[in-house]
Design a protein around this ligand. Structure first.
Ligand code: ZN
Length: 529
C-alpha cells in the first residue's frame, strides 16, 4: 500500500469528530483523510513521494459548509449591479445621475442596498432617471422601481400579482413601484455564458474559498446558472456544490412542484463536486411579507404573502419525500412555520421511518413556541436559522418583528435537535455573511451592527458555532458520511487558519484569517505554510 500524498504536521488539527479530538497532524491520500493523529503516527504514513508541510503552529479545521446561500444573486450584485449599501438617499441619487450619463437610455440600473436602508422616493427616482429603468433592492424580497422600470416590466394598474407577490398601490389604484417578492416580474435579465460563469467563479473564490468554505449549497437563480456551475465544478477550482432547484410558484422557479414524482432525480444525483441537493419551496415572504398569526385580525388583502395553500404544501412534501428529494421550505412567520411543520408531520405519517430530513429555512429566526420546533424535530425535520441576520436587527426591541418573539433561538434549537446548520443566506444585501467566521461571531455574541445584544439567552459556544459550519451543515445536506469532520475515509476538505477558534476571543472570530483552503486534498485558495 502506498503512503500519504500530503502530510500536515506541527500544528493543531481540530477534527470535529464525535469526541472532538485535537491532534498534531493529518495525512491525506487520494483526496481523502488517511489518518489524524500525533506527528509520529502520521509520519509513519509517509513514503518517498509524500509532500510534508509544517503548519508552523497554525490550526487546521474541517472545510466549512454553507448549508444555504445565493451565490448567483450575490454575483449579480457584485458584478452587474451597483452597490449602494450604507449610502444616503442623496448619495444614491448622485450615483444614479452618474450612471444615467454613462449608459444608453433604456438600459437598466439595478442598485443593491440592504435591509431597512433609507432610499430615495419614487418621485426622486423618476426625476433622476426619466429614461432609464431603475430598481433599488433592499433585499431579494423588496424593491422600489421607477416609472421607466415599471414600463419596461409591463407592470400597470391592470397587472394582477401572482401568488405570493405584492404590488403596492396608491389610493388611485396605480402601482407605486414598491414590489414585494416580485423580482421575477422585472424586465431586467441576467448576463449569460462566460460573463456569468466568470462572475460566479470570482464570487465563489473571493467570498467562499477565501474564507475556508469548501462546500456551498446554492439556491439556483437560473437555468444558465445551473449550467455554469456544472462547468465550474468540472474545473475543480471552486467549492463543492450542492444545488437546490426552486419550485414554482416562488422566486426564480426552475421546476414545478407537481414534477417532483416524475423528475426521477433524487437528492445526491451528480458527484461529490456538484450534485442535486434539494428543491426549495418559498412558502411566505421576507420580513414584511411573512405570514404571521397576527395577520388574521386584518383584512385578507393585508396578510403576509403565501405562495400556496397549506394543503398544497403538504402534498408537495409528501410527493418529494416519496421521490427521494429533500425540500427546503422557506417559512418566516409563525403561521407559515406552523403550516410547514404540519406538512413535515404529514411526511412522517405517510412515510414512517423514512430519513427525509425535510428542512424549514429561517425557522428559529423568529421563535414563538419551542414546542413547534420540537414537533419538527420529532417528525424528522431540520430547522435552519440564519444567525448572520442578527447583524441587521434594529437596536430598539420594539422595532424588531414581530414584537414578543425570541429572535435567533439557537441555544433552544441546539438543545432540542443537536444541530444548527451553518449558512450565510445572502442574496447581495449582506455579502459579508459568506464569511462563516462572521456568522460564528454572530452565533456566539448575538450582537447587531451597533453591538446591541439581541438574544442574550440564545447564544451558543464557539464549539457549537464551529460544529454548525462543519458537522451540522453536513448532516443537514445528507453528507455526514463524507464531510464535516477530519476522520479517516472522509473527503480531505480543510482550511488552515491563523488562529485556533476554540481558544479565540469571540470578538475576534471574524478576524480569523484563512491561509489555505483545501478541497479533496488539493489547495484551491492560498498557500500551505
Ligand atoms: Zn435564502
Amino acid at each position: 500500500m502506498s503512503g500519504a500524498d500530503l502530510i500536515l504536521r506541527g500544528g493543531r488539527v481540530l477534527t470535529m469528530d464525535d469526541s472532538r479530538r485535537v491532534v498534531d497532524a493529518l495525512a491525506v491520500r487520494n483526496g481523502r483523510v488517511l489518518l489524524a493523529g500525533t506527528d509520529a503516527e502520521v509520519a509513519a504514513t509517509a513514503d518517498v513521494d509524500t509532500r510534508v508541510v509544517d503548519l508552523g503552529g497554525n490550526t487546521v479545521v474541517p472545510g466549512m459548509i454553507d448549508a444555504h446561500t445565493h451565490v448567483e444573486l450575490t454575483a449579480y450584485a457584485r458584478h452587474f449591479w451597483t452597490d449602494i449599501r450604507g449610502r444616503s438617499a442623496t448619495e444614491v441619487l448622485a450615483r444614479i445621475a452618474e450612471l444615467t450619463a454613462e449608459r444608453a437610455a433604456g438600459s437598466w440600473i439595478v442598485l443593491q442596498g440592504t435591509f431597512g436602508q433609507d432610499l430615495p422616493t419614487r418621485a426622486d427616482l423618476d426625476a433622476a432617471a426619466p429614461a432609464h429603468p431603475v430598481a433599488m433592492r433592499w433585499s431579494m424580497h423588496k424593491q422600489q422601481l421607477n416609472a421607466a422600470a415599471m414600463a419596461a416590466s409591463g407592470i400597470t394598474r391592470r397587472t394582477v400579482a401572482p401568488p405570493g407577490v405584492r404590488i403596492h398601490r396608491g389610493a388611485d389604484g396605480e402601482p407605486t413601484g414598491l414590489i414585494e417578492e416580485g423580482w421575477d416580474l422585472l424586465g431586467w435579465r441576467p448576463p449569460v455564458g462566460g460573463e456569468l460563469r466568470d462572475a460566479l467563479a470570482e464570487t465563489l473564490r473571493e467570498l467562499f474559498l477565501r474564507n475556508g468554505v469548501t462546500t456551498v449549497n446554492e439556491v439556483l437563480a437560473s437555468a444558465e446558472g445551473a449550467r455554469a456551475y456544472q462547468d465550474l465544478a468540472a474545473g475543480r477550482q471552486v467549492p463543492r456544490l450542492g444545488l437546490a432547484l426552486t419550485a414554482a410558484p416562488g422566486h426564480q422557479p426552475l421546476v414545478d412542484a407537481r414534477d417532483f414524482a416524475t423528475l426521477g432525480l433524487r437528492t445526491g444525483f451528480g458527484d461529490d463536486r456538484c450534485r442535486l441537493q434539494a428543491v426549495k419551496i418559498f412558502l411566505d415572504g421576507g420580513r414584511d411579507g411573512a405570514f404571521r398569526s397576527g395577520d388574521l385580525a386584518s383584512p385578507a388583502g393585508e396578510w403576509g404573502l403565501l405562495t400556496r395553500t397549506p394543503q398544497a404544501l403538504a402534498q408537495e412534501l409528501v410527493a418529494a419525500a416519496g421521490a427521494g428529494l429533500q425540500v427546503w421550505v422557506h417559512a418566516i412567520g409563525d403561521l407559515a412555520q406552523e403550516c410547514a411543520v404540519s406538512a413535515v408531520e404529514q411526511v412522517a405519517t405517510v412515510h414512517p421511518g423514512l430519513d427525509h430530513r425535510m428542512r424549514i429555512e429561517h425557522m428559529a429566526n423568529e421563535m414563538y413556541d419551542p414546542d413547534r420546533l420540537r414537533r419538527l424535530v420529532d417528525a424528522g425535520g431540520i430547522a435552519v436559522p440564519n444567525p448572520g441576520f442578527v447583524f441587521a436587527e434594529p437596536d430598539d426591541p420594539a422595532r424588531r418583528l414581530p414584537p414578543g418573539a425570541t429572535k435567533y433561538g439557537l441555544r433552544t434549537l441546539k438543545r432540542l435537535s443537536g444541530l444548527v446548520p451553518g449558512n450565510s443566506d445572502t442574496a447581495g444585501a449582506q455579502p459579508f455573511s459568506c464569511n462563516p467566521w462572521f456568522v460564528m461571531r454572530c452565533m456566539v455574541l448575538q450582537e447587531n451592527r451597533n453591538g446591541v445584544v439581541v438574544s442574550p439567552d440564545e447564544s451558543v459556544t464557539i464549539d457549537d458555532a464551529l460544529a454548525a459550519f462543519t458537522r451540522d451543515a453536513a448532516y443537514a445536506t445528507f453528507r455526514e458520511h463524507e464531510l464535516g469532520s477530519l476522520e479517516p475515509g472522509k473527503l480531505a476538505d480543510l482550511a488552515v487558519v491563523d488562529t485556533d477558534p476554540l481558544t479565540a476571543d469571540p470578538r475576534e472570530l471574524d478576524r480569523i484569517g484563512t491561509l489555505a483552503t483545501v478541497v479533496g486534498g488539493e489547495v484551491v485558495y492560498g498557500t500551505l505554510p
